[in-house]
Design a protein around this ligand. Structure first.
Ligand code: C2E
Ligand code: CA
Ligand code: CA
Ligand code: CA
Length: 275
């Protein structure tokens, strides 16, 4: 809109006008969603491949946009980040995930996604500390998933915050492993607790020997470094079998469970001891 007003465009296509209106409306609706508590969390099981036991759940943000239906997080999270709403929403995610996980059996952990925008704002450490204290969840049961883009910012503060969180006992996982430019480099620079092998490798491993070789290598590296490896996006039994052969200990994917409501997740793992 700004560009158009500043005269960057000499014509104003109806298409562009429509897109800008839609975008403004989406931002407006997200503001309301935040104010009116329309966000929900879904939990997807993380599973030990050997035993089938659920090791925990990944919290995934859900929004049912009134009049539009469910909007995928990939579509609205960037808008939250650009509009400055991400701080409030991610604080809510952290708080809610910790509260809900505190009711799960003690062997189970909860994984929460942390975006670059969250690292750019001060107070992430304090927010995590507060959420743990208020929920009573033990720090080792909280796992923060970060992508390479968090580390790419490469500010000393980012690494310092990660180290402080880890010193508190919180686990740190590297998400979407293998999709960035220097995933391996980051393994050297920071002591991750878990590597989540990106779904794209799992998707192709049955047909593509290269994808399989990468998975094998990552599993080997993780074992050498003493890091847990989890394969994402496991959709069929063939993939699960191949991952078993490669020695991958943990999996996540539609084969083992889709993201589900907290109530469904609770029945999945059975009654837990209240913390
Ligand atoms: P992600 O962290 O890589 O999360 C995994 C995504 O893969 C989820 O999509 C999940 O539903 C999907 N998935 C799981 N198993 C399978 C499978 O077997 N096959 C396929 N095709 N997909 C599978 P979702 O829920 O749409 O989330 C998309 C992305 O949005 C997430 O990717 C994450 O980057 C972001 N996101 C979600 N919730 C949050 C949040 O609370 N905070 C932040 N910062 N980002 C979030
Ligand atoms: Ca994730
Ligand atoms: Ca991922
Ligand atoms: Ca992703």
């Amino acid at each position: 809109a700004k560009q158009a007003r500043q005269g960057g465009y000499h014509f104003h296509s109806p298409e562009l006008g429509r897109k800008l209106r839609e975008r403004r409306q989406l931002e407006q609706d997200l503001r309301e969603a935040q104010a009116q508590h329309q966000f929900r969390l879904a939990y997807q099981p993380l599973v030990y491949l050997g035993t089938g036991q659920v090791s925990g759940g990944e919290a995934l943000l859900r929004w049912h946009r009134p009049g539009h239906g469910d909007v995928p997080p990939d579509r609205f999270i960037p808008v939250l980040e650009e509009s400055g709403l991400i701080g409030a929403v991610s604080a809510w995610v952290l708080e809610t995930a910790c509260q809900e996980a505190a009711r799960w059996p003690a062997r189970m952990s909860v994984a929460v996604n942390v975006s670059t925008a969250q690292f750019r704002q001060p107070g992430l450490y304090e927010a995590v500390e507060g959420a743990l204290r208020r929920s009573g969840l033990q720090p080792h049961r909280l796992e923060l998933e970060i992508t390479e883009s968090v580390l790419m910012q490469d500010t000393p503060e980012t690494l310092a915050t990660l180290r402080r969180l880890r010193a508190m006992g919180v686990r740190i996982a590297m998400d979407d492993f293998g999709t960035g430019y220097s995933s391996l480099g980051y393994l050297r620079r920071f002591a991750f607790d878990k590597i989540k092998i990106d779904r794209s490798f799992v998707q192709h491993m049955a047909q593509d020997p290269n994808a399989k070789a990468v998975i094998r290598a990552v599993v080997n590296i993780s074992q050498t470094l003493g890091i847990r490896a989890l394969a994402e996006g496991v959709e069929n039994a063939e993939q699960a079998e191949l991952l078993r052969q490669e020695g991958c200990a943990e999996v996540q994917g539609y084969l083992f469970g889709r993201p589900m409501t907290p109530e469904q997740f609770a029945t999945l793992h059975g009654p837990g001891q209240r913390a």
